[in-house]
Design a protein around this ligand. Structure first.
Ligand code: SAH
Length: 217
């Protein structure tokens, strides 16, 4: 069997068993996971069954690509739609960026590490060439104000405490954000903004790499 067709089988199995059977019901999310080849975002030489396992994977520089279920779960919490503007903090491998873009979102993605950003950009240009993605290489600890406001913000690394100013970058009309918060014991937090009113909800315990807070010069 060609590696392309085995990848398609593993991808379908991942979507059915690790996402749909585990409570991800949004067809738009499931369809996006069916489309994006996860093997193209993990280090070369990773075998296919490892690439499609429901666990995080190392991508170099001490970073990981998140577990498929957690990415899908965060997207289901976020309720972000085609045409929405989304800020993704922590481009990493670019896998989640590809999922967001293939759902039709306009993505601003920010990454601290230039080497990871360059690799992700190359993979994304090849896999979703038509996508609306702006790549920023900078510190995104406090978001990215030049392109705000955003309909949605998704954070792929965990700050120890909630960073200041992120919710101000949300669209005042129902802007939404999902992020992990905590050091060792982390929780997913969702935030919804309506004007000046902010509603915060806690969800699953999770384990993300830390959101780095670079020292100010
Ligand atoms: N969504 C990514 C997950 C990558 S892991 C994926 O699908 O692969 C988290 C990423 O956040 C890492 O690449 C790390 O370098 C980046 N990161 C950590 N702190 C950051 C910061 N302050 N600003 C921008 N990116 C940061």
């Amino acid at each position: 069997m060609s590696s392309e067709s085995s990848a398609a089988i593993l991808r379908m199995r991942m979507v059915n068993r690790d996402l749909a059977d585990a409570g991800i019901t949004d067809e738009r999310i499931l369809n996006a996971f069916m489309k994006i080849p996860r093997e193209d975002f993990v280090p070369p030489g990773t075998d296919l069954s490892t690439a499609y396992g429901n666990h995080p994977l190392p991508i170099g520089f001490g970073q990981t690509v998140s577990q498929p279920y957690i990415v899908a779960f965060m997207l289901q919490m976020l309720e972000c739609e085609s045409g929405n503007r989304i800020l993704e903090i922590g481009t990493g491998s670019g896998y989640q960026t590809a999922i967001l873009a293939s759902m039709g979102m306009k993505v601003v993605t920010i990454e601290l590490l230039p080497d990871l950003a360059a690799r992700a950009k190359k993979a994304l240009r090849a896999i979703v060439p038509e996508a609306d993605i702006s790549f920023i290489v900078a510190d995104g600890y406090n978001g990215w104000t030049p392109a705000a406001p955003y309909d949605c913000i998704i954070v792929s690394a965990a700050p120890a405490i909630m960073p200041e100013g992120l919710e101000d970058q949300l669209n005042p009309a129902e802007g939404r954000m999902v992020l992990p918060v905590g050091e060792w014991h982390q929780k997913l937090i969702s935030i919804t903004r309506s004007g000046d009113n902010i509603v915060m909800r806690e969800s699953l315990p999770v384990r993300f790499v830390p959101l780095v807070k670079p020292r100010k010069e």
